[in-house]
Design a protein around this ligand. Structure first.
Ligand code: ADP
Length: 255
């Protein structure tokens, strides 16, 4: 469904992402992993046309990089990190912004009844109905992240891109967010790609992994077949051994 072919991009003349290729099938959930500074966020920026890029990014054959921002907005939504709200838009106003790419172009175009219904559905789906008229500045971090996910759902995209969406969230909200996303991805015509910091959470979310090092892809394939030696080498740590030790502690704590 989504195909990235030989993508290279960076800042100025410096190429940060180098010749990365992968495919994301319908209902696919891809985690982009790699150490700090290896180019994960830059890859997302190249895929969305935020940075000039070489190579190709296509969605069912349509060239994402050549689309207008509105066209792209109907195909791809982004779920950013929710650290804090800066603007006092209400929950409803924020989720309705997800419909922007679907409005008729023009100065006076307004959301239709159908747009409102889609936004309301997304708000209900994420359990935010009681908060719909509350300003974002009065929400908790967990609620704010759910509002941003509702906005992404209301955008009715094919693909959702996530950049470390759970960074500021308590474990409970991380788990909830991943569950909601997996539910969304299970629907026909949908897929998601996320940059994750937390390897545990990444494996919870993903069925596919793209492992990056120094701007290039060193592994792309099923999450279950991720080569442990490569993972450990790239992160400079025996990751599976670390995870096992951590798990052993939890076993001792019991519950
Ligand atoms: P990651 O998401 O894997 O931590 P990034 O994609 O953010 O990595 O960064 C990759 C490289 O690009 C880093 O060396 C970083 O310093 C550089 N970089 C990131 N953003 C910018 C920018 N706006 N201008 C110049 N260099 C940048």
């Amino acid at each position: 469904m989504l195909e990235v072919k030989n993508l290279s991009c960076g800042y100025g003349r410096e190429k940060v992402v180098k010749d990365v290729s992968f495919t994301l099938p319908e209902r696919g959930r891809l985690a982009v992993l790699g150490p700090n500074g290896c180019g994960k966020t830059t890859l997302l920026r190249g895929m969305t046309g935020f940075l000039p890029a070489e190579g190709a990014v296509t969605l069912d054959g349509a060239d994402l990089l050549k689309m207008s921002p509105r066209e792209r907005g109907r195909a791809v939504a982004e779920l950013p990190q929710a650290s804090a709200a800066w603007f006092a838009y209400t929950v409803m106003e924020t989720v309705l912004m997800g419909r922007y790419a679907h409005l008729k172009p023009g100065l006076f175009s307004a959301p239709t009844r159908a747009d409102r219904e889609i936004a309301e559905d997304a708000i209900r789906r994420l359990g935010l109905w009681e908060e719909r008229d509350r300003p974002l500045t009065r929400l908790s971090g967990g609620q704010l992240q759910r509002v941003l996910l509702a906005r992404a759902f209301a955008q009715t995209p094919r693909v959702i891109l996530l950049d470390e969406p759970t960074n500021h969230l308590d474990l409970k909200y991380q788990v909830e967010l991943v569950r909601e996303l997996k539910g969304w991805c299970a629907q026909p015509g949908h897929a998601a790609l996320g940059v994750f910091h937390d390897l545990d959470l990444a494996l919870n979310f993903a069925d596919l992994v793209l492992l990056m090092e120094g701007g290039g892809a060193v592994y792309f394939g099923p999450a279950d077949a991720l080569p442990p030696q490569e993972l450990s080498r790239v992160f400079g740590l025996d990751v599976p051994a670390y995870m096992r030790r951590s798990r052993a502690r939890w076993e001792r704590i019991g519950g």
